[in-house]
Design a binder for this molecule. Sequence first.
Ligand SMILES: [Zn+2]
Length: 233
Amino acid sequence: MMFNNYRLPLLALLLSFPPLSNAEVFPAHMDPVLAMPINNPGPAVRASRLEPIKVTVFLHDDIPANTRASINDSYFSAWRTEMESITGRKVEIKYIANQAPFNNLKYQNVALDPLLQQLGSDVYEYIRRNNIEISSYRTNKFLLLTKNSLNASNAGVAYLGGTTAIASMATYTSPAHELGHLLNGTHERSAVLYNGWWCESYIFPTRIAFRSNCYRYSDGNREAIAAYISDAP
Ligand SMILES: [Zn+2]
């Protein structure tokens, strides 16, 4: 099932669901995908060998200590397997805690466009200050992981094809969803799949507890992501 214009049916969904009360019944669309700001840098200089996909995950201070040990298994392990299968590249995920300004960023109930632009600036400053070598921004992505949703209806936010996104732990698929946007995946190409029961592919824009998670991208988004990554060294 695909929406030609997801904004219209989602408005109805937003109105028909109760306020956010628990993570199992996430009531609204996952996120807005914002238009890319014009100052976003393009792919950097090409190298000669096939690079791994490197994801840096900054952990917000509000993530409880007793849940941190399971973050990789619960939110990233299946995604890594999916990505390595799609692209044929290794996926390296680095988790970084206690790193200002990411660990204490005020992210709840604020305007999303300025929030994401500020986060992007902070990430580029982090790259510069730490002399991190970036062979291509297509294979180097940065994610701020938070405990809570951004607001009553958004579990994350990203620019399509951008470098930096925010994902919350409100749904198990939010990190894969936002990383998918950074890799050029879209809501329009997402799908509800049927495999004995209905499940939502990673970038499907609504999370409804009645359906399960597929823990994979739709065929259309797999193609889009593979094409996006294939342009990187
Ligand atoms: Zn989305």
